[in-house]
Design a protein around this ligand. Structure first.
Ligand SMILES: [Zn+2]
Length: 217
């Protein structure tokens, strides 16, 4: 993503909820309410009121798009020419609802080709820290085994779901050849001083979140 001309992207953390890279554009940020669904919206105006939505795309310069999370997976997408960007909030509900695939169908309807795009899996809860109920593990198995995901993703090991891995697989299954997974677990990633880097709901059960997003310059 860092090789794409004319965009900026970044990830917030416990020190700064907003990514530093996006601060100059922050006043234009849309207004939205994440509901762990699969609805998306095209952002065309500053401070756009987007309603209940978990994915965004835009072709407009200086209109940042972002998702807010603390363990859910941020998925950032950019066209290689830097003229179109998108992002999605993929927690277990969004992932199970295949939000990345749903968002991509909207982009493909506008002519997007996967070979022209790059995807990044941002900081979110890793398989290391994401043990879920047997019922949810079985639901994921049914969805993603049927969708053709490899067994190590579709069949959770000790009920540890790999949400970053499944969303990266979604992108590759769409046809993306450039998928970067930061492998930053919001729950267990630590700075050199031993302090946690990211807000994590599973760790703290608190209100802290961080934004992950991007903007066309
Ligand atoms: Zn972890």
């Amino acid at each position: 993503l860092s090789l794409i001309p004319g965009i900026r992207y970044g990830f917030g953390n416990r020190d700064s909820e907003a990514p530093m890279e996006l601060l100059p554009y922050w006043s234009a940020m849309p207004v939205w309410n994440q509901v762990a669904g699969t609805a998306w919206v095209e952002v065309t105006t500053p401070k756009q009121d987007c309603g209940d939505v978990d994915a965004f795309f835009t072709t407009q310069p200086e209109l940042p798009i972002a998702i807010r999370s603390a363990d859910c997976i941020p998925v950032l997408l950019a066209r290689r020419d830097g003229k179109m960007i998108a992002c999605a909030h993929a927690g277990w509900r969004g992932t199970q609802g295949r939000i990345v695939k749903v968002l991509w169908e909207a982009l493909a309807a506008r002519g997007a080709q996967p070979k022209d795009w790059v995807g990044v899996i941002g900081p979110g809860i890793g398989r290391c820290c994401y043990e879920v109920s047997e019922e949810l593990a079985d639901d994921f198995n049914a969805t993603f085994a049927n969708a053709g995901a490899p067994e190590e993703l579709a069949v959770p090991h000790y009920r540890h779901l790999d949400l970053p891995g499944i969303n990266a697989w979604e992108l590759r299954n769409i046809g993306f050849t450039a998928v970067e997974d930061l492998h930053e677990c919001t729950k267990c990633a630590k700075a050199d001083d031993g302090e946690p880097i990211y807000e994590s709901y599973r760790r703290d059960r608190g209100e802290g979140r961080q934004f992950s997003g991007l903007v066309i310059l």
